[in-house]
Design a protein around this ligand. Sequence first.
Ligand code: KG4
Ligand code: ZN
Length: 332
Amino acid sequence: MFVLGIESTCDETACAVVKDGRQILSNVVSSQIDLQKQFGGVVPELASRRHVEVILPVIQQALDEAGVTLEQIDLIAAAYGPGLIGALLVGLNTAKAIALALDKPFIGINHIEAHLYAALMSHPEGARFPALGVVLSGGHSSLVRIEALGRYALISETIDDAIGEAFDKVAKILNLPYPGGPEVEKLALSGNNALYALKAGQVKGKPYHFSFSGLKTGVLTALQREGDRLDRAGLAASFQTAAFSDVVKKTLAAAKEYGCQTILFGGGVTNNRYLRAYFAKEGKEFDLLFPSAELTLDNGAMIAGLAYHRYLEKGADPLNLEASPRIIGFPY
Ligand code: KG4
Ligand code: ZN
């Protein structure tokens, strides 16, 4: 079964052709970093306009690279949320239009669930369930108990900033270009991570919930206090370690409490090599499944891959499925 997967939730226009949920025949990503960099972050209206410009060529390239025609595609999928409304509408409406015109089934996919599926897709040997899902992205920081593919129970989430958002804001404070996460990681490489005393927040009565807003403010306060004496690399490293030691501690404790041997990681922040090394060191007794490099950031293959399973289990979605910028509960 050939599935076309479209992703346009934020600032990547992406399309992939995936066979039977796993075999990636093409995975084309058109990034807007060049455009959004000038503004230090994603300007939603500009994101939508760029999606409109590139979506058809991106779809065509995905088909060409896969060596299949639109007529050979069996299922059309697109992320329907969460994300920027204007951006979502471009991918979603394109998918619906193709489905309608060619009389093919259509399916709307939850972007965050797809990020977790990306880890499964990268490890065909599969996970042992229940597994713990760890979502660390620009919009979400959550721990989820995964009973099986499609069956989830939310354990915790952030009560303020998402972790990727905190990385992006800290990057701005440190005058680093957008997108901030990889820049903070790079700068932290040459810094002493114990130089500044920083800590992520704890939430009373909710041991697994996250709070990164105070940590971000701590970075700003240190910068203002230190003035010319500031060691930028030390501050980046201290921030990164404070954020990740909190994530590692809460994740491993939750995995134990909820009886999960396998931990699945999803979202852009899980691309961070320091985070991966940290988990490898502290979480040796668990099976740690990270998505492969091409599946970590926003992409169409994770959308197409998950859509295959969703379709086999529940069938197609109606064409009046609406875009959902915010989805409450999990999957969001
Ligand atoms: O999953 P993603 O591509 O989009 C969302 O669904 O949000 O994640 C983007 C987020 C951004 O906040 C970006 O700064 C962060 O992931 N990110 C990183 C790294 N690479 C991307 N954060 C820390 N270290 C990285 N290497
Ligand atoms: Zn994402």
